[in-house]
Design a protein around this ligand. Structure first.
Ligand code: PBG
Length: 323
């Protein structure tokens, strides 16, 4: 049977009807909002490359988290700007590091907001790479102990979930083991499993002051051309103990999200990264697009591709508009 009997437009005639048959939903509960913690107090400085997002000192970050919780957003993920950087990124795993202090402050200020922490050295190392450098190269195995230490320090501060984003081989296993040894066997790991070497991280690297001082990250982050390799990364991370797996970036990798969602039985997260956000904001500032409609369409497409959870700088804007 086809036209004139079949008329798909019949179910598009009113918003009530459209809403009733809608296949994909997005709610603030699905979202995680990234926060950048800076040293000092009373600091609330807008990030030029991420309009509407701020560098926040520990006191300010707790207030921001309260607002995020009030908006019904599921969680926050924390990134830190240390006081000082060194070759081993030691502020990243210091008990009084900015992220550790921020976790404590947010846990004290909020009730149920989930606190995720990004586990990676690049914000804390003077060279800006995600691991220990020897002979001009990022060394995999010596980096694992530092990442494990960082994850345990986040757990001790009260993080609900740790999220390694470094792309060293074996880091999920090393972190799982260290957490278990320290009595955190119930703390979940969200692995940045398929993280691509992407130009879409540009604005973040300005925000987190984490651009590599030499070379690039293509020796450890994935080649944008590969999808089967993403499935292998996911399988390895799950084998090592990942409870949730992430694909990053989101929009240019919707096919990867779909493939991971179809092959893995773990919840899938997608990171709608800084460059994706900056493009929308820049076009909106020019008056070239309808930002509200565009961000709803973007988040819907990421969920439709198969993501359960979305990390996004749009979370507050979306939640303010969500009915
Ligand atoms: C740290 C990290 C990065 C992002 C999240 N964690 C930067 C990078 O790998 O260069 C990017 C997030 C974004 O662009 O929004 N390794």
């Amino acid at each position: 049977m086809s036209f004139p009997y079949e008329r798909p437009r019949r179910l598009r005639r009113s918003e009530r009807l459209r809403a009733m048959v809608r296949e994909t939903t997005v709610s603030p509960a699905h979202l995680i909002y990234p926060l950048f913690v800076a040293p000092g107090s009373g600091v609330r400085r807008e990030i030029a490359s991420l309009p509407g997002c701020f560098h926040l000192s520990v006191d300010e970050v707790a207030r921001e988290a309260e607002e995020v919780e009030r908006l019904g957003i599921g969680g926050v993920i924390l990134f830190g700007l240390p006081h000082a950087k060194d070759p081993l990124g030691s502020e990243g795993y210091a008990d009084d590091g900015v992220v550790q202090l921020a976790v404590r402050a947010i846990r004290a200020a909020c009730h149920e907001l989930l606190v995720f922490t990004d586990v990676c050295l690049c914000e804390y190392t003077a060279h800006g790479h995600c691991g220990v450098i020897e002979g001009g190269e990022v060394q995999n195995d010596p980096t694992l102990a530092l990442l494990a230490k960082m994850a345990v320090s986040h757990a001790k501060a009260g993080a609900h979930v740790v999220a390694p984003s470094d792309m060293m081989d074996g880091r999920v296993g090393a972190i799982r083991e260290a957490l278990d040894e320290s009595g955190f066997e119930s703390l979940p790991i969200l692995a940045y499993a398929a993280k691509y070497a992407s130009a879409f991280y540009g604005p973040f690297r300005e925000a987190a002051d984490s651009a590599p001082q030499f070379g690039d990250r293509r020796g450890y982050q994935m080649d944008p051309a590969n999808v089967r390799e993403a499935l292998r990364e996911v399988a390895l991370d799950v084998e090592e103990g990942a409870d949730m797996v992430m694909v990053k970036p989101a929009l240019p990798y919707l096919d990867v999200i779909r493939a991971v969602a179809e092959t893995s039985d773990r919840p899938v997260a997608a990171y709608n990264v800084s460059g994706e956000y900056a493009m929308v904001k820049a076009a909106a500032a020019k008056g070239w697009i309808d930002e509200d409609r565009m961000l709803r369409e973007i988040l819907t497409s990421i969920r439709r591709a198969g993501a359960d959870v979305i990390l996004t700088y749009h979370a507050k804007d979306f939640a303010r508009k969500a009915v």
